[in-house]
Design a protein around this ligand. Structure first.
Ligand SMILES: C[S@@+](CC[C@H](N)C(=O)[O-])C[C@H]1O[C@@H](n2cnc3c(N)ncnc32)[C@H](O)[C@@H]1O
Length: 342
């Protein structure tokens, strides 16, 4: 018989300490520095990062990162040298296209402080971010060029692994065109074009995002098969394609709006067209995919009434609209593709 212990309570209560250590290392661009230098000592790290704390706290910071698996270390304290772990070298070196730190940066700069007001969000049902006073989140975010860029890069960071998995594993054999609605930087379209040479893709989003998507498309050199286009999914008819994707779009909105958006997708698809939502789909028993439940609370913080949903809920909406059937395809970690066939 398992006896009660306070271990899980204390581990979860202090989880923000561990989180803040990683967020701070990314803010200092420690992993980018290590990727450039290979290895450095604690005293090098101290001077390169401009730290004024004691040497002991520099080692505490670096060794905490090491013990969590984000750094490798040879030697100890004064004799220690540190280098990146394979994960941080690939995904947190800003010089690499695989960098996912955009999301980590946004977690540090925006969400960390907004989550301080989770209690207020739960008590009032209102967003706790820039849109706290009732503004449209995207208008607020996009009014500032720095915030716009940070948000777009954050989206790429969250979805990178999922888009890689989807573009390589989904069956594209019956399709030639894909439109990614709310496609942000264009990353999904680019991944699909890269791995599926017969596919042409359009990344469709609000006009403020188009220049950033065009920049990304140019960086990948895939301008012949990936285009950026602009529109407003509440005001405009959605453009037509064999596959229409919405990545982390439905979770921004309440049930009524989710159905409106799925219906617009249905109307834009040809017969036998496919609608795909790439999101943190909640497991049926609401116990396994903790991340999806936390992301759902993140939607309370960000939009007030957006939430993550299960395949059962998605299927109900899809059937109500007229889709023939639905399916689910697990992608990276907690994320899946919820698929509806017209
Ligand atoms: C949470 S982000 C998801 C971005 C991307 N699809 C992904 O999976 O990472 C939501 C996206 O919806 C776009 N968006 C919000 N309102 C929109 C609207 N009315 N019309 C078109 N796009 C919109 C935003 O600009 C943003 O890129």
């Amino acid at each position: 018989m398992n006896h009660p212990t306070p271990e899980n309570i204390m581990k979860t209560s202090t989880a923000f300490w561990a989180s803040k250590v990683l967020l701070t290392a990314v803010r200092f661009q420690l992993f980018t520095l290590l990727a450039e230098k290979g290895t450095i000592s604690g005293s090098d790290a101290k001077s390169q990062l401009g730290l004024q704390c004691s040497d002991r706290h520099v080692y505490d910071f670096l060794d905490a990162l090491t013990s969590m698996g984000f750094l490798k270390r040879e030697g100890i304290l004064d004799s220690a040298t540190y280098s990146n772990s394979p994960d941080t070298d690939l995904f947190l070196d800003k010089a690499k296209p695989s960098y996912v730190g955009g999301m980590v940066e946004m977690l540090n700069n925006r969400l960390y402080k907004f989550w301080t007001n989770l209690d207020e969000g739960l008590l009032t049902g209102l967003p706790q971010n820039e849109a706290k006073d009732g503004q449209n989140l995207f208008q607020e975010l996009y009014a500032d060029a720095g915030r716009l860029k940070e948000f777009v890069h954050a989206m790429s960071g969250v979805q990178m692994g999922n888009f890689m998995a989807f573009s390589q594993s989904f069956d594209f054999s019956q399709a030639n065109t894909l439109i990614d609605i709310g496609g942000s930087s264009g990353l999904l379209s680019l991944m699909v074009a890269k791995h599926q040479p017969h596919m042409s893709c359009i990344s469709w989003d609000l006009p403020e995002v188009t220049p950033i998507a065009n920049e990304t498309i140019e960086q990948f050199g895939l301008q012949d098969r990936v285009k950026a286009a602009s529109g407003d999914f509440f005001k405009d008819t959605l453009p037509a394609a064999d596959i229409l994707v919405m990545g982390n779009i439905l979770h921004d909105w309440d049930e009524e709006t989710k159905i409106v958006l799925m219906k617009k997708a249905y109307d834009a698809l040809p017969q036998n067209g496919i609608f795909v939502a790439i999101e943190n789909v909640v497991d049926p028993g609401r116990l396994e995919n903790t991340f999806s439940l936390l992301m759902s609370l993140n939607m309370l913080i960000e939009t007030g009434n957006g939430y993550e949903y299960s395949l059962g809920e998605f299927t109900n909406w899809a059937k109500q609209i007229g889709f023939k059937s639905t399916d689910i395809m697990p992608l990276a970690g907690p994320t899946s593709a919820a698929i509806a066939y017209k």
